[in-house]
Write a protein that binds this ligand. Structure first.
Ligand code: AGP
Length: 602
């Protein structure tokens, strides 16, 4: 995600642009930039780093003008740097553009434009768009923008400045949000409502495929066929602090809801004509040439990595070992040039994970980072990197990043070892998966009631077998870090080796039962707890419903899914449970006590 702002009116645009970017910084914060039309020219400034760095750098510049655009970046292509920041300009600096989204066919378009003599200054997908508009420009900028968008594939929300039209901003939207705000003799554009609220509450939401011409007198909106649309304004009734969370009460709830679009952003750009591709990475060679694979991470990322322990070994037929980063290097594991060490981290800055990376590299192992932050230390230091494209995750408790980490591991598995009908079936399921996740994301009411019923419990136990054990671990971590309830997860088969001594009358046991081959085993474990007085909440699949309905005090049913996808559907109810239990207990959802979003100390 990135943040876009635009202004055209009678005031100096710069302070409005900077203020808007500050309100949008939660959408991305690795670099920022602004451009204004001033004296018949486009003047711009863009800097790596937070908005404050940009503010310092514009102080000495005469960026005065009454029409301008701004951008705060969450990098997807091209690491954070001044050059890769937006806005991007045509070579003659007549056109400036800011973009939120991903131009999936940028490499092909870039080659074509280079052959036509275009010279690029950045590594981004976005810069291709402004050159494509320039290429199509022959006097009508709107026509040039429309033609360029016909050739670009992917998602976008863009604002375009043209030095020859000093008070006009051209916008377009597909898959990424863009909102137009109407003031009194002035107009605003933003990715999200927070940036508009200080100036207006009268807004127009652009829909996919639409473009708009925004001038200080007003906005004209056109559909994908160029037909003018007259849209009713929406009046915003949020306050600013709520609006930063897009109307959600907490970032955590917002980010759980962003799980489905995050999956879509992570999967779809890598689906190409029935196959899965990782550009610039021969993932099959990397995985299949290893004699042993370690997957190293902390916390939620470790739990995501653990899912691969249950899905990769049978396919690759090599040992897959998953370990905590804080343990890995101290047990002096055997590593060689034939070892692949995969490191998972949302932030890409976790000290233990970085230390494990350095240890692996020093031992001559190959390394691959899977992270959510472009330009993070992990991304820069690992030999190879795959980005999860979840977008900024603000809440300390990981939610959507777990989904995208699990699906990245699944994409690697499928692309390296599935063929024929098995590959076709997997690709079909991947295409449907964001919508299936969205269905689970909508089912909040039952979970809210369960949280109300059980939020005062001192102890809550999660059990599961096989991959369900890995999922149970994540459910327990979410609950303990948000609600401070003592929550533990056990391999269900271990219960009778000790933990079952903890079960007493009305203990709550949350059982994950999604793996058909182990239904009978987990059913036996559930019954063991019930005969000792436990209340049971079973999370199972449609094919498990009949098997578990009679042994559940509460049952949550998710779609049947292959084991490489089931953690994504099964974890969502437990994310909600932890969220609502925290609310019931009156704690700070987004900043739980004693925790930090990125643990940069060992
Ligand atoms: C998860 O909800 C926690 N915030 C924590 O366990 C986190 O997953 C862990 O610190 C690893 O962080 P990373 O993914 O940024 O490396």
């Amino acid at each position: 995600m990135c943040g876009i702002i635009g202004y055209t009116g009678n005031k100096n645009a710069l302070p409005i642009l900077i203020d808007g970017l500050e309100k949008l910084e939660y959408r991305g914060y690795d670099s920022a930039g602004v451009a204004v039309v001033s004296g018949g020219k486009i003047r711009f400034k863009k800097r790596k780093g937070r908005i404050d760095v940009l503010k310092d750098s514009v102080r000495s510049d005469n960026l005065t003008g009454t029409c301008g655009i701004g951008h705060t970046r969450w990098a997807t292509h091209g690491e954070p740097s001044d050059q890769n920041s937006h806005p991007h300009l045509s070579l003659d600096q007549r056109i400036a553009l800011v973009h939120n989204g991903i131009i999936e066919n940028y490499a092909k378009l870039k080659d074509q434009l280079k052959r036509l003599g275009h010279r690029f200054l950045s590594d981004t997908d976005t810069e291709v768009l402004v050159h494509l508009i320039d290429h199509h420009y022959s006097g009508d900028m709107i026509a040039a923008v429309n033609q360029a968008l016909l050739e670009a594939e992917g998602s976008y929300a863009i604002c375009v400045l043209d030095q020859n039209s000093p008070d006009r901003i051209i916008c377009a939207k597909k898959d990424s949000p863009l909102i137009i705000g109407e003031g009194n003799g002035e107009m605003f554009i933003a990715s999200d409502i927070p940036a508009l609220l200080p100036y207006t509450r009268k807004v127009y939401f652009l829909e996919d495929g639409e473009t708009a011409i925004v001038e200080k007198s007003g906005a004209q909106i056109f559909d994908r066929y160029g037909k003018r649309i007259f849209r009713k304004a929406y009046t915003v009734d949020w306050d600013i602090s709520a609006a930063e969370k897009a109307g959600y009460p907490h970032f955590m709830l917002k980010e759980i809801h962003e799980g489905a679009p995050a999956l879509k952003r992570t999967i779809f750009p890598r689906l190409k004509s029935g196959r899965i591709v990782f550009p610039d990475l021969d993932i099959k060679e990397l995985l299949c040439s290893a004699q042993k694979i370690f997957i190293i991470a902390c916390g939620t990322a470790y739990h995501a990595g653990l899912t691969a322990k249950y899905t990769w070994e049978r396919e690759f037929k090599i040992p897959i070992e998953v370990d905590l980063a804080s343990e890995f290097r101290y047990r002096d594991p055997y590593l060689s040039k034939n070892t692949l060490v995969i490191l998972l981290s949302q932030s890409g800055e976790t000290a233990d994970t970085l230390a494990s990376l350095r240890h692996a590299k020093a031992a001559g192992a190959k390394t691959l980072a899977i992270t959510n932050v472009v330009g993070s230390s992990l991304a820069r230091l690992a030999d190879n990197v795959i980005f999860t494209l979840a977008g900024p995750e603000i809440s300390v408790a990981a939610s959507k990043s777990y989904l995208t980490q699990v699906i990245c591991l699944a994409l690697m598995l499928i692309s390296s070892s599935f063929t024929g009908q098995k590959l076709t079936d997997a690709v079909n399921f991947l295409t449907a998966l964001p919508d299936l996740a969205q269905l689970v994301i909508k089912e909040q009411d039952q979970i809210k009631k369960l949280a109300h019923l059980y939020h005062s419990k001192k102890d809550i136990y999660f059990i599961g077998r096989g991959i369900d054990h890995a999922i149970a671990l994540e459910g327990a971590l979410k609950l303990k870090e948000l609600s401070y309830i003592h929550a533990d997860a056990y391999a269900a088969g271990e219960l009778k080796h000790g933990p079952i001594a903890l079960i007493e009358d009305s203990s709550l046991v949350i059982a994950l039962a999604t793996y058909p081959q182990l239904f009978d085993k987990i059913a036996g474990n559930i019954m063991e707890t019930r005969t000792r007085g436990a209340k049971t909440w079973v999370i199972t699949t449609k094919s498990g419903y009949k098997r578990f309905a009679d042994m559940s005090d509460h049952i949550t049913v998710i779609e049947d899914a292959p084991d490489w996808a089931i953690p994504i559907l099964a974890v969502i109810p437990m994310q909600y449970f932890a969220y609502y239990a925290c609310i019931e207990r009156g704690f700070d959802v987004d900043k739980p006590r004693n925790l930090a979003k990125s643990v940069t100390v060992e």
